[in-house]
Design a protein around this ligand. Structure first.
Ligand code: RNT
Ligand code: ZN
Length: 421
């Protein structure tokens, strides 16, 4: 079996060689690209604040009730371990703050401290994983009326400001202990179902809250803040306070990172096209890779044309050290561990696809006005034996090749997930 994989790879690599593509070098690079795997696919964005916590409000939904959802830290860690064993490379795990280890007692969000994340830090250290963090401004009574950092109630606004400040402190501690800056993502659900009359008022409040939050400075060697905008959510169809333009302007002015979530734009808009428009003006970007169907539905990421185009733009930006890749989807209707593996391997396939392109040749065609050649070349590239290279990549990184990882998931489902109540 392995000999066949190696044979197929040597034939394939010759074809790429002819185009001047050095595959060995590319595979060494690919294995070093971390993807931040979102913990919340494993628990349907529920968190562990209370027994039987559930995603509530915020304009996002996880549909389905496939058996085996992780309902405590041990289960979530075990599920992540299983997923990670099927994914080539060493990655990051993105927690939501309500995934903290609260020791079975209820802790209010403005009282979160780094101690509640120590067991996650130990878990990550043992595996040489790095961690990222999200503040959690939904599924909470103080977010029930739809406003958090832009709330007109001072008391509610202060509560959420404190929560985000706590999450920044936690992120810095994580970054310090794991020796890798923890990316702290701020996304808020604030908005209106129907047409507001005071857009300006809410946006001013959000700006003030962010200014207050960011007053405390942390070294970027410990943590980095990023802000995530959105076009609309369920229940905020008419107005989202934290729109793309709002955060883009905020990020440029304050030189903080910006998050582009691929589900947060009009379905015909290309997120790939935005990369080179934004990068000259802000220090770094976080991409939340998602897959929307008709709306921001957060379907499992697959190797789609949109994903390939996005990743091509990231690779061609020549700034991969300034662009961070994270996943953001939650499908509760299929095996959740399988969902992680499909999405992560999908992004890695897209990276390979983009890295393996003879970009210099294509660029020359473009610069010479040879647009027929550019198009024809791109079409021919699509049917090169890319799959043989991917299989070989899995082989040398000791993860299951081809279809075989599906059996591993089935085994885990039978032995572990189906036994959960
Ligand atoms: C919501 C945002 C946000 C969330 C996570 C769970 O539309 O994309 O990133 O998906 O915080
Ligand atoms: Zn997102």
């Amino acid at each position: 079996m392995n000999a066949k994989i190696v044979d197929a790879y040597s034939l394939a690599s010759k074809k790429y060689d002819d185009l001047g593509v050095n595959i060995e070098k590319i595979l060494n690079k690919l294995v070093e690209i971390p993807i931040s795997i979102h913990a919340w696919q494993g628990d349907d964005v529920s968190g562990f604040e209370r027994p039987n916590s559930k995603l509530n409000g915020g304009g996002i939904i996880a549909t389905g009730n496939y058996p085996g959802k992780a309902s405590n830290i041990k289960q979530l860690q075990m599920d992540l371990d299983t997923a990670l064993s099927l994914i080539p490379g060493t990655h990051r795990v993105n927690l939501h703050s309500f995934h903290g280890d609260f020791g079975g007692k209820f802790v209010e969000r403005n009282l979160y401290t780094p101690e509640y994340f120590q067991s996650w830090i130990e878990w990550a250290k043992e595996r040489n994983l790095k961690l990222d963090m999200n503040s959690t401004l939904f599924s909470h009574p103080k977010a029930d009326d739809g406003f958090t950092l832009s709330s007109k109630s001072n008391e509610i606004r202060q509560f959420w400001i404190e929560h985000v400040c706590r999450c920044r402190e936690i992120s810095a501690e994580i970054g310090k202990q794991l020796k890798s800056p923890c990316i702290h993502n701020i996304w808020i659900p604030d908005g209106f179902k129907d047409t507001p009359v005071d857009r300006k008022g809410y946006r001013e409040l959000l700006k003030n809250s962010l200014d207050e939050i960011l007053q405390e400075k942390y070294s970027t060697s410990l943590m980095k803040d990023t802000v995530e905008g959105k076009l609309f959510g369920i229940g905020s169809e008419a107005f989202v306070v934290g729109s793309h333009e709002f955060y883009l302007s905020y990020a440029i002015t304050n030189q903080v990172m910006l998050t582009l979530d691929t589900g947060h734009f009009h379905p015909t808009e290309s997120v790939g096209d935005k990369i080179s428009s934004i990068l000259p003006f802000i220090p770094e970007l976080l991409i939340h890779i998602s897959r929307g169907i008709r709306w921001d539905s957060d379907h499992v990421v697959i190797l789609s044309d949109e994903l390939i185009q996005l990743i091509e733009e990231i690779v061609r930006s020549d700034a991969m050290d300034r662009i961070h890749l994270g996943l953001d989807y939650f499908d509760a209707s299929i095996n959740r561990i399988g969902a992680w593996v499909i999405g992560t391997r999908g992004v890695q396939k897209a990276l390979l696809c983009a890295l393996i392109q003879p970009w210099q040749i294509l660029k020359e065609f473009e610069e010479n006005g040879q647009y027929f050649q550019r198009l024809a070349f791109l079409e021919e590239l699509k049917t090169l034996p890319f799959g043989s290279v991917w299989d070989y990549f899995c082989l040398i990184n000791n993860v299951p090749i081809g279809f075989s990882w599906i059996n591993e998931i089935e085994k885990y489902e039978k032995e572990v997930l189906r036994k959960r109540s």
